[in-house]
Design a protein around this ligand. Structure first.
Ligand code: GLV
Length: 389
C-alpha cells in the first residue's frame, strides 16, 4: 500500500482501482473543462500571510454548519453514482462522515437509497434534490427524506439542462455499467472493485428505479435529466419546494450576487457558491473567484457555503478567509472512496483537517471564527474578470 499524505495520492490510487467509466464520470468537467480546471488552479492566485510568535495552544477546527456541530467546516458534497466507485459507496461515505463529525449530503443520483443510508447511520444526513417536473415524485422524495431523519434538503438549482461531458458519452456511462467489449476489458483489470460489486445488490439508482415513472432508460443519467428535469424552474418553484419540505433548505449552485439576493429573499437557510464542479457552464468563473461578490451581497443574511476545487485544507482556509461560512468537497472524498472505501473517505477527511489546522495555526489563528481576509494576500489577476462593457 503506498504512503498516502495528500488528496492527490488518493486520486492516483482511485484511478488505478476503479473502472475508467466511473473515474472519468467524477474526474470530468463540461466541454473544454476550463472551469473544472480553474476551480483548482485559481486557488494558486491566493497566498497566506504567515504570522509568528502567536499563541497556538488550544486550537480547534470545530464550528457549526446551519446550526449543527461539525468537527471542521467541510461537508461531503453530493456526488452521483458513488455506489459505483465502491460497492455500497454512499453507506461507506455516510458512515465515515458520521464517525468524523461532518455533514454527509446524499445525492438523488445515488446508488444506495435514502432508506439504505438511514438504516446504516445514526447522524442525520442532508438530502440533495434536483428540481424535477413530477410534483408527486418530489413530494415522495421529501417524505422519504423526512422519514429518514434528514435535517436539511439541498436544492441543486444549476442543472435544469445538463452541460455536456464528452467522456461520459464516449464511455457510454450508465449504472449499472453496460457490458461492451471495451467496458468488460477495462473492468477485468479492476478485480477487487469487481469482486466487491458482485457481493452487493445495490447497482441501480436507488432513489429513482422503482420510484419514478416515465423515464425511458433509468440507468442513464443523461436520459433521466433530459426527461425528468424541470426546465421552467424559477424562484417561485423553489419557494414551493421549501413549503413542500417544511424544514431547513440549502440552495446549491449560486454564482452570481443577484441570484444570491433572490435566494436570500426566498428565505432559504444557506446557499452554496458552486458551479457544479465545472460540470455545467464551461467558462463560468471558478467558484473561488465568484465567492467574494456573493459574500458581499448576502453574507449578512444567510450562511454562504463554498464548493468547487477543494483539494486541501489550505483551499478550505482560503475559502473561509474570503468569507465562506463553510465548505463542501465532492471529489476529495470520492477519490478516497474509490481508492480505499470507507477508510479512504476517513483518510481524505483527516488530510483536510490536518492541513487546515496547521495552516490556520501558521496564519496565527486558533479558531475558525477568527479566520478573516486579513490572513490572505491576493494576486491582482484573481480579480481580473470584470462585467463586459
Ligand atoms: C450530476 O449532478 C452530475 O454532475 O453528474
Amino acid at each position: 500500500m503506498p504512503v498516502i499524505t495528500e488528496i492527490e495520492d488518493l486520486r492516483r490510487l482511485y484511478k488505478r482501482r476503479v473502472p475508467k467509466m466511473f473515474y472519468d464520470y467524477a474526474e470530468t468537467g463540461s466541454w473544454s473543462e476550463t472551469t473544472f480546471r480553474e476551480n483548482t488552479t485559481d486557488f494558486d492566485l491566493i497566498r497566506f500571510r504567515q504570522r509568528v510568535a502567536v499563541d497556538m495552544a488550544g486550537r480547534s477546527t470545530r464550528t457549526k454548519m446551519i446550526g449543527e456541530e461539525v468537527e471542521m467546516p467541510v461537508g461531503l458534497g453530493p456526488v452521483g453514482l458513488t455506489g459505483m466507485q465502491s460497492a455500497d459507496g454512499e453507506i461507506k461515505a455516510a458512515r465515515a462522515a458520521e464517525r468524523f463529525g461532518v455533514p454527509f449530503v446524499l445525492s438523488t443520483m445515488s446508488i444506495c437509497s435514502i432508506e439504505d443510508v438511514a438504516a446504516h447511520t445514526t447522524r442525520p444526513f442532508w438530502f440533495q434534490v434536483y428540481t424535477l417536473k413530477d410534483d408527486d415524485f418530489m413530494q415522495r422524495l421529501f417524505d422519504r427524506a423526512r422519514k429518514a431523519g434528514c435535517t436539511a434538503i439541498v436544492i441543486t438549482v444549476d442543472l435544469q439542462v445538463q452541460g455536456q461531458r464528452h467522456k461520459d458519452i464516449k464511455n457510454g456511462m450508465s449504472a449499472p455499467p453496460k457490458l461492451t467489449p471495451s467496458s468488460i476489458a477495462n473492468m477485468m483489470t479492476k478485480v477487487p472493485w469487481g469482486l466487491e460489486m458482485l457481493q452487493t445488490k445495490r447497482r441501480f439508482f436507488g432513489n429513482i428505479v422503482g420510484h419514478a415513472s416515465g423515464v425511458s432508460d433509468p440507468s442513464s443519467l443523461s436520459s433521466w435529466t433530459a426527461e425528468a428535469f424541470d426546465p421552467s424552474l424559477d424562484w417561485e418553484r423553489i419557494k414551493q419546494f421549501k413549503e413542500m419540505w417544511g424544514g431547513k433548505v440549502i440552495v446549491k449552485g449560486i454564482m452570481d450576487p443577484e441570484d444570491a439576493r433572490r435566494a436570500a429573499d426566498a428565505g432559504v437557510d444557506a446557499i452554496v457558491v458552486s458551479n457544479h464542479g465545472g460540470r455545467q457552464l464551461d467558462h463560468a468563473l471558478s467558484s473561488i473567484r465568484a465567492l467574494p461578490e456573493v459574500v458581499k451581497a448576502v453574507g449578512d443574511r444567510l450562511e454562504v457555503h463554498f464548493d468547487g476545487g477543494i483539494r486541501s485544507g489550505q483551499d478550505v482556509l482560503k475559502a473561509l478567509a474570503l468569507g465562506a461560512h463553510a465548505t463542501w468537497s465532492g471529489r476529495a472524498w470520492t477519490y478516497g472512496l474509490g481508492a480505499m472505501g470507507e477508510a479512504g473517505v476517513t483518510k481524505a477527511l483527516e488530510i483536510l483537517r490536518h492541513e487546515l489546522d496547521v495552516s490556520m495555526a501558521l496564519c496565527g489563528r486558533r479558531h475558525i471564527e477568527e479566520v478573516d481576509p486579513s490572513i490572505l494576500m491576493v494576486d491582482d489577476a484573481f480579480y481580473s474578470y470584470k462585467p463586459a462593457r
